[in-house]
Design a protein around this ligand. Structure first.
Ligand code: COA
Length: 162
């Protein structure tokens, strides 16, 4: 069984992330979505909320996908080993993502030479997305209903008391 691990902060999950989940699932049998508790970013949602929003979004998209959602705060390579993953899944949106992703991939390879990093290119309609931009537009009353799953949109509106 080919298992991949897809790490990120997911604050919150967007259609861009779900696009990567669907693409990765074409070549992997199971995907473990690893939600970083995040010590580097101040998150709008707790790690439990972020996991829950991913679970709801995946269930709404395609219940047949073998997707497991977990929280983590240690090294990604250790979590990958724990779950029997042979690959890290990351999205590559623009050329500007490359430098950071290159650094992460090489460091992860140094920590575990057996673990490969697979990059997927999201659909161009999601290539400009990130969670911060989505949160800002929602907070200011803009329409992002095509860009985030419904549960995430509702949860953001609730947080911003809209
Ligand atoms: N669609 C939409 N948005 C996307 C996206 C996609 N396909 N891919 C990334 N993004 C966005 C994210 O929403 C996020 O937006 P934000 O900055 O506004 O919150 C941004 O791009 C990048 O975030 P993400 O891909 O989630 O990475 P991250 O920097 O938040 O997380 C970890 C990095 C958690 C994967 C990394 O730090 C890690 O592995 N940490 C564990 C500790 C460890 O092992 N360290 C050593 C590794 S070298």
């Amino acid at each position: 069984m080919r298992i991949g691990i897809f790490p990120g902060t997911f604050d919150p999950v967007t259609e861009g992330h779900l696009d990567i989940v669907a693409r990765a699932h074409k070549v992997l049998d199971r995907l473990v979505v690893a939600v970083a508790r995040s010590y580097q970013k101040d998150t709008l949602f707790t790690v439990e909320e972020r996991q829950d929003l991913i679970r709801q979004a995946v269930a709404e998209k395609d219940r047949s996908l073998d997707v497991q959602v977990v929280a983590f705060d240690g090294l990604l390579v250790d979590l990958a080993k724990e779950h029997g993953a042979s690959a890290i899944v990351r999205g590559m949106r623009f050329v500007t993502d490359f430098e950071y992703e290159f650094q992460l991939a090489l460091m992860n390879r140094r920590l575990d030479p057996e673990l490969e990093t697979l990059f997927f290119i999201p659909s161009e309609k999601y290539s400009y997305l990130n969670s911060s931009v989505i949160k800002e537009v929602v907070r200011l009353g803009g329409d992002v209903s095509q860009l985030v799953p419904r549960p995430a949109l509702d949860a953001m509106k609730k947080k911003f008391a809209l």
